[in-house]
Design a protein around this ligand. Sequence first.
Ligand code: SF4
Length: 290
Amino acid sequence: MRYEGSVYRPPSEAHSLIIQVTIGCAHNKCTFCSMFKDKKFRVRKVNEVLEDLDSARRYYRRVNRIFLADGDALVLQNKDLLVILNHIKKLFPECERVGIYGSPQDVLRKTQEELTELLAHGIGIIYIGAESGSDKVLADIKKGATRAEIIDSVKKIEASGIQASVTFISGLAGRDGWEDHAIESGTMISEMGTSYVGLLTLLTELETELYRDINEGRFKPLSPIEVIKETQLLLENINVTKTCVFRSNHASNYVTLRGNLPQDKEKMLQQLRTVMNYAGLLKDDRFRML
Ligand code: SF4
């Protein structure tokens, strides 16, 4: 396998075989993100991807899951994705699930039939970074997608039978917009019917626009306790009927939360209330990472 630059994957793909089908992120403009700043976006040649899969088969005896990277591998047209997925099926008959990053636009560009076709060929989960349910925050961070577009894309994924896993970021609106960010993210989760939600906590890296905004006083980050208060408000505003797995167990989080909504909502809120009373339970900033 040939990896180009740093390779990122969602926490739940920690044991997956990672194959780069794109290099970088087609959008690459989010103000808080430095992941692919050093890469010029391009789609890899399908033949190169197939060669990497051949090489992985020689190394690994058993591969249960495969994750297609980089930033938004779903940008590939179905005709190319199907060649890759068919090769995976032939080489790795034991593989139970193929996961992929996608942007809301990648999803909206595909027809419902194309998504169903991806499901039939092995795609089991699409990871989407929503980051916030607030249109103001989405515009501020230059996400390149609106609340309505993100909701539509998640509904479209779930309607195809593929599971959606949607990421939000605590603290992303800073002190000036935290309430709107929490409430709108909670109501968005309630509306979109996703199978999974992952909640990360903002960690700013040197080479980002947001880092400059903090240094120059345009953005006031939340304190750890304020992050917990925001998470509490977000959870209070989630009212789902279909089961949604909620995870806030990323290395960036101050507190680890795990539960299935709606049934574990009160348990997780109680956990947050406990942390509010015993700040010593918060993870030390020195141990937080992306
Ligand atoms: S957050 Fe996602 S969409 Fe935004 S620049 Fe980073 S990888 Fe690209």
